[in-house]
Design a protein around this ligand. Structure first.
Ligand SMILES: [Zn+2]
Length: 888
């Protein structure tokens, strides 16, 4: 699954332009050495095992309901008088258990809504053996993305409704009574009765279909391979499909009618990536086809989902609309396809035994997508994105509420919150570090052996480490365990750097980086450290037991974590930091970015002067890598935001920041040049957005001039800038402008553009307009899956207001948020606050409305609020003082 980061991005100051773009993502641990996990309370008894499901569904889209029948082949493994499986929001009409040569048994059915199970009790124990369990049932079609769900969307011919499914993690049980756990793999036969004019899509190709009376059609899909329930998929609507071939597999894209040409990029990306992964994994993709199905609308929880053979992606992450799509959208489409296709192996072919090891799916897919994007699009220079991804993980990992990559998951609510930056970004960063440690070839050989050995099976982390260690012939299991079984971030300190005879001897020590526990006794990690002097060769060691020494060829500035593959922060002493500042322009761009990020984070945590970042930024040449300037723009914007409560200082700082950024923007300009590299295009939008937020009068005037020209003037509003310009206008809107944007949203017939406009209505700075957006979000007008995002958009500017509003309208708001996101939706609204009072309000809300096992998002939001207050009180004054001294 690709997480939906829209909410996270929109809470950044004025980041609304990325509204769509952001959806963009151990020792021999033999099984014996792994501490046995307690069987989670959500897990089913192990006395019965399903082997095949024959499912028949008859959707009644207009009534938001469906009829279902299922025949499940099961093996009773020990005598039992009760069969328990998962089911939610279902009514059971007829349940029978049949056995060869026996007569059908009719059990007593009972439902446990809290446990999401149904139990079938028989008069006497069933002997061990094979049976067929038949159930007739009725289910709901939801209006948020859980189970079988409907999306209503606009077309030139009026409103249409399409159906899709979303089952990860615990929602297949809303579609079919089932052993809805990843380690209960089975084969699936799906038959659907559908309107004859519509297209039905599932994991497998259609085996057979024929017309029925009443304008209906029966569609039978081929039998799926053995797989987990959460990967089952079904969609139905007025679709069209385009296909191509890759290594003998039919690769397809499916969209609503009239949109399939916009999926050409996704189709090409999928073909490239599928062929590459066939080679990388050493096991060919086993299904006859692989579709990527585009759904209008959005989810608070996810952007795309890897259903085997039928990936589901929301339109904003799959379609290129020539009116509004930017290079960031194009990149997001490629990397999302690469992520979801990686899951066809890591997750679908080999699946974690239980959700504790979700990271095996997500960390690997995150890493693999980055690898494929770098390989096929070197011109995008996304190599540097690894630093930002690691930073996302570290922000989460530096506070007390963090958790290990491998985490205990016991309840359905905990399952939803397992899909976080630790599982994805830290998982991906740890894989990157370990691959770098053992080498690319050994790593790939280990992955191939793992795929061969566990195909169609389930694994735990130790299975992966064993395969990799065997292939590498190098001990990685202790390191992997340190980084996946304990939380937090190592802090590697350079205690001394002594130059002698053309070599620098580094004395290193290991602490722990936290933002909220300065006195915490550090955990111990075995940390692979790579170091390099400017122009010299890289050397490496493993820091163990808290200490390490490294002899680096060359003298002068020495970079620790050279290449930035390590998951740790580096703290330099004063003299080393000074020489790095001096030679900054000579460093590799990825090291510049890593050092800037460390300096910023260490400064905000009080481990360096907070102004060191500004000192470093002063030494950055105008022609530095665009990613460096984008980072500087982001940090300057953040400082300006922190100064909100101090208008005089904020004004002075804005002037300083504008003076830093304007020369860079002048060299890039407003208009794209044919030879603009992708990073330059990205930097252009970052600078326009940041300068507008810094109240740059010229930039704002130009934004207004272009917007006034209207969306059809492609000189003024080229696709690369259209969303950005509209976002800045929306952010600074007065009532008349907001009304105009609202009218545009209402009139728009293209779902992709319409959804975006409704999101932008939420980002007004003006509180009266923000309130109007909140009220509009509760109406039917924006569309059922857009409303929650609008409220989140308001929270980006006015977190306290959005939170209070959502709490006051809780009954309605809960119908607008998909089930998997409920526990983190309210904390997400509050998380951008800088008001101490919010901490109490959020905690009280959580105690009343969020299950105790699912309050991690709450506690993390509270930690973020506390951290923001601490930074404003303790760090920002140092920046203001630096500015006074340095001509700000
Ligand atoms: Zn994923």
């Amino acid at each position: 699954m690709r997480r939906n980061l829209v909410t996270a991005a929109i809470t950044l100051a004025l980041c609304a332009a990325t509204f769509h773009a952001a959806a963009q993502a151990p020792a021999e641990v033999s099984r014996k050495a792994t501490p046995p996990m307690l069987q989670a309370t959500t897990q089913l008894p192990r006395n019965v095992r399903p082997t095949n499901y024959d499912i028949e569904v008859v959707p009644q889209a207009e009534h938001l309901a469906f009829d279902g029948k299922v025949r499940i082949n099961i093996d009773v493994l020990e005598p039992t008088d009760t069969i328990v499986l998962n089911a939610v929001d279902m009514t059971f009409a007829n349940v029978r258990l049949g056995r060869a040569n026996g007569k059908d048994l009719a059990p007593a059915t009972s439902i446990d809504a809290a446990a999401q199970t149904a139990s079938f009790r028989f008069d006497r124990p069933l002997p061990v053996g094979s049976y067929v369990l038949s159930i007739e049932y009725g289910g709901k079609i939801n209006t948020q993305a859980n189970g079988l769900f409907a999306i209503d969307y606009d077309t030139e011919a009026g409103k249409k409704r399409a159906l899709f499914t979303q089952f990860e993690a615990p929602d297949a049980r809303r579609f079919v009574p089932s052993w809805d756990e990843p380690n209960h793999k089975a084969t699936f036969n799906l038959v659907a009765t559908v309107p004859a004019g519509q297209m039905a899509v599932s994991n497998m190709p259609i085996a057979q279909s024929h017309d029925l009376p009443g304008g209906l059609r029966m569609v039978r899909f081929e039998t799926s391979p053995k797989m987990s329930t959460y990967l089952l998929f079904f969609a139905l609507g007025e679709f069209e499909r385009a296909t191509g071939m890759a290594d003998g597999t039919e690769v397809g894209v499916v969209t609503t009618k009239g949109k399939v040409a916009q999926a050409a990029g996704a189709l090409e990306a999928s073909k490239l990536v599928l062929e590459d992964y066939n080679d990388y994994f050493g096991v060919a993709y086993p299904l006859p086809k692989l579709d990527n199905v585009a759904a209008p609308g959005s989810s608070q929880f996810f952007g795309a989902m890897e259903n085997w053979g039928a990936i589901l992606s929301f339109e904003f992450i799959l379609l290129v609309d020539p009116k509004i799509s930017t290079i960031r959208n194009v990149q997001g489409i490629f990397s999302t396809a690469a992520h979801e296709i990686a899951h066809q192996w890591f997750g679908n072919l080999v699946t974690m035994s239980w959700w504790d090891d979700l990271w095996l799916n997500e960390g690997f897919a995150t890493w693999m997508a980055a690898r494929a994007t770098e390989k096929f699009h070197p011109e995008w220079n996304t190599r540097l994105n690894a630093v930002g991804s690691r930073e996302g993980a570290m922000n989460r990992d530096a506070v007390a509420t963090t958790h290990p990559v491998v985490q205990q998951v016991e309840t359905v609510e905990q399952l939803g919150q397992a899909f976080d930056a630790i599982t994805y970004q830290k998982g991906g960063a740890v894989i990157r570090m370990l691959e770098n440690y053992v080498g690319e070839d050994a790593w790939r050989e280990g992955v191939r052996a793992y795929m061969r050995k566990h195909a169609y099976g389930n694994t735990v982390s130790a299975d992966l480490w064993s395969a990799l260690q065997a292939a590498a012939g190098k001990p990685i299991l202790d390191i992997a365990n340190d980084f996946t079984r304990q939380p937090g971030i190592p802090l590697v300190k350079v205690e001394s750097a002594v130059c002698n005879g053309g070599k620098t001897t580094l004395q290193l020590s290991q602490g722990e980086f936290t933002t909220d526990r300065p006195d915490k006794a550090p955990l111990r990690w075995r940390v692979p450290v790579v170091a390099q002097a400017v122009g010299g060769a890289r050397v490496d060691t493993v820091v163990e037991g808290g200490k390490g020494t490294l002899e680096v060829p060359g003298c002068g500035a020495v970079v620790v974590n050279a290449g930035q593959a390590g998951y740790y922060r580096t703290l330099y002493g004063g003299a080393q930091f000074a020489s790095i500042s001096r030679d900054f322009a000579k460093l590799d761009a990825i090291d510049q970015l890593g050092i800037m990020n460390d300096t910023w984070a260490l400064g905000l945590a009080g481990l360096r002067p907070a102004s060191d970042y500004l000192e470093l930024a002063r030494g950055v040449p105008a022609d530095a890598d665009p990613a460096i300037w984008a980072d500087i723009a982001g940090s300057l914007g953040s400082i300006a935001n922190h100064l909100k409560g101090n208008p005089a200082a904020q004004k002075r700082f804005q002037a300083y920041a504008r003076a830093v950024l304007q020369p860079v923007f002048s060299s890039i300009g407003w208009n794209a040049r044919p030879d603009d590299a992708a990073p330059v295009q990205l930097l252009r939008t970052t600078l326009i957005r940041t300068l507008a937020a810094l109240e740059d009068a010229a930039v704002i005037a130009e934004v207004r001039r272009r917007f006034a020209a209207g969306p059809d003037d492609v000189q003024a509003m080229p696709p690369a800038l259209r969303t950005l310009i509209t976002a800045i206008i929306a952010n600074k809107a007065d009532a008349a402008t907001w009304d105009r944007l609202h009218a545009m949203a209402r009139a728009e017939k293209t779902p992709l553009i319409k959804d975006e406009l409704y999101g932008l209505l939420g980002i007004a700075e003006d509180k009266v307009l923000a309130q109007r957006a909140l009220e509009l979000a509760l109406t039917d007008e924006p569309g059922a899956t857009n409303s929650a995002g609008m409220i989140s958009a308001v929270a980006g500017q006015h977190p306290d207001m959005a939170f209070d509003f959502a709490v006051a309208n809780r009954a309605k708001v809960e119908t607008l948020v998909d089930g998997s996101s409920q526990a983190r939706y309210y904390p997400g609204l509050a998380g951008g606050s800088a008001d101490r009072a919010m901490i109490g309000k959020l905690r009280a809300f959580a105690e009343a409305h969020i299950p105790a096992s699912a309050r991690n998002a709450t506690e993390t939001s509270i930690a973020n609020i506390e951290n923001r207050i601490r930074v404003r009180e303790q760090r920002i004054p140092a920046i203001v003082a630096w500015l006074e001294k340095n001509g700000g």
